[in-house]
Design a protein around this ligand. Sequence first.
Ligand code: SF4
Length: 481
Amino acid sequence: MDSQPLDSDPITGQKPSDHCAVIGVVGDTPVIDNIILGLRTLQHRGQESAGIAVYDGSIIKLKKGMGLVSEVFSHREQNLSGNFYGNVGIGHTRYSTQGSKNLENAGPFVVSSSTGYLAVSHNGEITNAETIREELKRKGSAFLTGSDTEAMLMEIARDVGELGIYPGLKIAMGKLRGSYSIALMINDTLYAIRDPNGFRPLVIGKVDNSYIVSSESCVFDVLGGEMIRDVRPGEVIEMTPKRYTTLFQIRPRRISHCMFEYVYFARPDSIIDNIEVFSTRIKLGKTLARESPVSADIVIPVPDSGRAQALGFAEESGIPYNEGLIKNRFSERTFIMPTQMERKTAVRLKLNPIRSVIEGKRVVLVDDSIVRGNTIKHIVSILRSHGAREVHVRVGSPPIIAPCYFGVDMKTKSEFIARSRSNESIREEIGSDSLAYLSIDGLVSAIGMEKDNLCLGCLTGKYPEPIPGQIKIRQSELENY
Ligand code: SF4
């Protein structure tokens, strides 16, 4: 297991990162263009690697590479002529939470079995992957990677091979623990499968004569189609060019949708479990303004993550909103820079204040979340050095105090500035005049879902699923490192 070094990027590297994006398309025409466009739409969910597997009528063709979707699949002619000419396929972008960062661990994963070819794209994290891997090894299976996704696929292939598709998938899902929203291809048929807790989003839709499963609904808008519905927790949907059918639904042990999808991960133009992400973020900002009002002259967001919450804060408080920080869009992938330059300079390269907007002003600085606090600390300092009279930090989610075991790269407790510290000591550290986080009740009411149907594990340290011992042991090894 590895954990993304949170200091790798001065802006995005400070945020918790989601595991992956998945897409699957089945139709009566070649699917490669829709898969590539869909993956590009979902690029925010993972920038480390991209991959596509297409069934061409006899075998599955696979290509994956490190980098952005546009880099890995840059030439349409090559994509089509490169044996990607098929009417069913799946795609994947990755941001690792388990397995090392190399091509071997990139998705999709493909295996040839007695059932034929199976390929899977996975968003989430299988918490009992090591147990599954060891059991399968004892039965003779061999593994090429340390990926939890490979362990899951091998389990599915074995159970489906022994029992058939319907009972095999049911048995495999009974063994898997943790989070998995997957696009699974078994020969020419596509399956959309969501774990019984429904941690990560998964939706199905229709574009022309194709059915599509995707991590987020914004894909259907971009492709000119429409969303049909969310895949329900524990549901397995079989998709062919002509129809989609629920094969079965495992009764959820407990529904626990990840609250961070609404706070930060998902695109604002997506709808997850019938709740629009953008309007939820506005509500988070409004609730924050009601809970922690402040006298100030201007509300500015940390771009882009705090923008919707800042709009909500401004609307509710009546304090004018303005863009006081300009983000450099063309230095997105400067991963090496922070190790070579002073961190403050690296933040400045990404974000520069507009002096006329902030000079002499009492500023409310809004971000969606704080993990380590380094970035917000430097932004506060930059705002002060550009003439801000006061800087009041408002955070559109509660303090993060505990690791995530369900597909987000927050693994070591030492990463969290808010762990075991008072609000006042955090305020002192980041150098703001005041600091306030959204409350857990405020978060839940803004999302508008039953509290019991949300995962709040990283906010409370109480998880909706037991965490297998090996993962905790690996975590303490990381902390002692
Ligand atoms: S622990 Fe936090 S980030 Fe992980 S699934 Fe739960 S709410 Fe989401």
